[in-house]
Design a binder for this molecule. Structure first.
Ligand SMILES: Nc1nc2c(ncn2[C@@H]2O[C@H](COP(=O)(O)OP(=O)(O)OP(=O)(O)O)[C@@H](O)[C@H]2O)c(=O)[nH]1
Length: 408
């Protein structure tokens, strides 16, 4: 998650940008306002998403075009403010403001935009009819909100939507042009579905759905809520429910529904719980919790990450799967060990029978080995009984000529 959020307000002169900011801060409408409000920072503990938020005003009478462009480049989200009663300020959204904010940006990197229709207290009719075609034309517009700095309507909502557009962005999840989840989002959600499908029957039954729910949101769903979820899916998708459980298509549909209804934070909470960052890559912290050891523990921990070890075993990180024992030297001194896994290296010149030896450790006779071909691993592992306890022995072969000649 990011450390702070920068919200920039732009729009035609006198639409009420400064008044909106001052109304938010003082919770009353300021009769007199300066041309431009000072930058304000809202501390984390009073914002709904608990993240410090900076709000920046713009005024054409105080700033040059270069200064404006500079502020646009620094912003995480831009609120384009218009006056709901002035058609000319709405026209400028398309002809001036959106091109200025995102005209030179690549499709994938566009800054999210919120349209803000101010002065709704003076309003004759809603501006929504004029605004909807603009929203359909520019995919970076996250949402539109009508508000009034004068009677304090929807002011905190407007800043909340702006914050949400940065923290739970639509762009990585959903393509509004074809109204589909993006492939990387489908891939991530499929992995999450498979991890949550504990019995691997490709259906999330009630127990598995509640396991998933508890893992992501701390609380299980009530029996009624579970039924309601299944009913919504079943009504919209014939193959979304099977044997009274949720199929993968049903699970994907449910997430698409959250997104289409503006509840991206639900899908983002799920994705983040399962280790994804803002670009839907698994985070380094998730895949590689701090740990070092011999053999390829690094990769082993990575596999545990992909396979959802932390979720299934209800652990903080994959390192819980690994036990660190005391040093080998100490074991040898004391003549005893807590280890269950031992590594044994088999060395010998080429052709001395190392591979056959390793395979024989798995109980494979020479005849079986000749049927299998030569394409076998340089490692084998099996259990051995020591003092009537099962221990694991990893046998690895090396034909490193240098090493062997030194030891000959
Ligand atoms: N009725 C009504 N008037 C408002 C509202 N918001 C702002 N105004 C008035 O609109 C005028 C312009 O407000 P500002 O906040 O200065 O507008 P601005 O967009 O910051 O203007 P510039 O600094 O020129 O870019 C002022 O007279 C405000 O009192 C509102 O919600 N309702």
């Amino acid at each position: 998650m990011r450390e702070d959020v920068r919200i920039l307000l732009v729009g035609e002169p006198k639409v009420g940008k400064t008044s909106l900011i001052m109304s938010l801060v003082s919770e009353e409408f300021p009769e007199e306002v300066p041309a431009r409000a000072e930058e304000i920072t809202i501390p984390a503990d009073v914002t709904p998403e608990r993240i410090p938020t900076h709000i920046i005003d713009y005024s054409a009478s105080e700033q040059t075009d270069d200064e404006l462009q500079d502020e646009i480049n620094r912003a995480n989200v831009v609120c384009v403010v218009y006056d709901v009663n002035k058609e000319s300020t709405i026209k400028k959204i398309q002809s001036k403001w959106i091109p200025l904010v995102n005209g030179r940006t690549e499709k994938g990197n566009r800054i999210p935009v919120i349209l803000v229709g101010n002065k709704s207290d003076l309003q004759g009719a809603s501006s929504m009819e004029t605004i909807l075609p603009i929203m359909n034309q520019f995919m970076e517009i996250e949402t539109c909100v009508e508000c009034s700095a004068k009677n304090l309507k929807n002011i905190s909502e407007l800043f909340f939507y702006a914050q949400k557009a940065v923290l739970h962005p639509t762009a990585p999840l959903y393509n509004p042009e074809d109204k589909q989840l993006k492939p990387s989002c489908v891939q991530a959600l499929t992995r999450i579905f498979n991890i949550s499908d504990l019995d691997n029957d490709e259906i999330l039954n009630d127990t598995e759905m509640n396991f998933f729910q508890k893992y992501c949101f701390k609380n299980p769903l009530s029996a009624q809520a579970l039924e309601d979820v299944k009913t919504v899916v079943w009504k919209n998708m014939s193959d979304g429910i099977q044997d009274d459980g949720l199929t993968l298509s049903g699970f994907l549909f449910l997430n698409m529904l959250f997104i289409q209804r503006g509840r991206h934070e639900t899908t983002w909470t799920v994705l983040r719980k399962f280790g994804y960052d803002d670009t839907l890559e698994l985070t380094d912290d998730y895949l590689h919790p701090p740990f070092t050891a011999y053999l390829d523990v690094h990769r082993c921990i990575e596999y545990f990450g992909y396979l959802g070890y932390t979720t299934i075993m209800e652990q903080e990180s994959q390192t819980a799967a690994i036990t660190v024992t005391r040093s080998k030297k100490l074991d040898l001194e004391k003549g005893q060990t807590q280890r269950n896994v031992f590594l044994c290296k088999v060395i010998g010149l080429k052709g001395t029978g190392k591979t056959a030896f390793l395979q024989a450790f798995l109980g494979r006779s020479l005849k079986m080995q000749s049927e299998m071909g030569r394409d076998v691993s340089d490692f084998t592992i099996n259990t051995v009984q020591v003092n009537s306890q099962d221990k694991y022995l990893i046998v690895s072969k090396t034909s490193d000529e240098g090493l062997i000649s030194k030891q000959q």
